[in-house]
Write a protein that binds this ligand. Structure first.
Ligand SMILES: CC(C)(COP(=O)(O)OP(=O)(O)OC[C@H]1O[C@@H](n2cnc3c(N)ncnc32)[C@H](O)[C@@H]1OP(=O)(O)O)[C@@H](O)C(=O)NCCC(=O)NCCS
Length: 193
């Protein structure tokens, strides 16, 4: 995905790169490593595939990378061709990947994020989530949704830090959403004299 239709305040449509104005950027993580944050490019495919081949945990729920090699390859091809993808890169290798599904429900995309073992708890997930929030907002999304295991308190902490709130009942999986537009409030009634 290199571009998509955005609508300005007047509802006029135009094409532009979906990360435009927000990326690329770079940070030093909590261990002092230089991390580049930029949109996915074709040259990243092998590095990203290797990240997911060695990723732990894999799983069948909560958007984790599928354990089966062929299913995981199809899943990766789907993400890089249909979703908006941002990478965290260390020494030319992807160490973090976040994706926003702007193709099906552009106003309410689903959010995915994965950080390579050895790079977790170093601020990279928070950086990627903050970048995605800015991009989703400038793209005119009303909200972003994510499903997370209730036991995944680190992920919940990161999502809450950037503004996601828990929705629905307490279950093994929790739905979270990030509202990007202020809710419409009813116009205050004129005071009666
Ligand atoms: C969840 C994940 C994306 C978070 O990214 P990250 O780079 O590790 O997160 P960060 O370092 O930016 O922030 C972690 C925060 O959680 C806190 N934290 C760490 N362990 C925690 C725990 N067990 N419970 C609660 N908070 C925890 C950290 O202190 C930090 O908060 P702080 O910055 O206020 O101190 C990453 O760890 C990951 O990829 N995990 C495996 C895959 C996964 O769970 N993906 C999400 C599926 S929905």
């Amino acid at each position: 995905m290199t571009g998509f239709e955005v609508h300005d305040e007047m509802g006029c449509a135009g094409q532009k790169e979906w990360w435009s104005g927000t990326l690329p950027t770079q940070i030093h993580d909590k261990q002092g490593r230089l991390i580049h944050v930029r949109a996915y490019e074709d040259k990243d495919f092998e590095g990203l595939k290797e990240m997911y081949d060695t990723f732990e945990p894999k799983g069948l729920e909560s958007g984790l990378p599928p354990p089966d090699d062929q299913v995981r390859l199809r899943w990766l091809h789907y993400m890089i061709s249909d979703l908006g993808n941002i990478l965290a890169i260390h020494k030319n290798q992807p160490v973090g990947h976040t994706a926003l599904d702007l193709s099906c429900t552009p106003s309410c995309p689903e959010y995915l994020i994965f950080i390579r073992k050895g790079f977790r708890d170093c601020g990279i997930g928070t950086t990627l989530s903050t970048a995605m929030k800015a991009i989703a907002k400038q793209s005119g999304c009303e909200k972003v949704v994510v499903t997370v295991r209730a036991a995944n308190t680190r992920a919940i902490r990161v999502f809450e830090k950037v503004g996601f709130v828990l929705r629905g009942g307490i279950d093994r999986d929790r739905d979270m959403e990030l509202c990007l537009r202020p809710r419409r409030t009813t116009r205050p009634r004129a005071c009666k004299k």
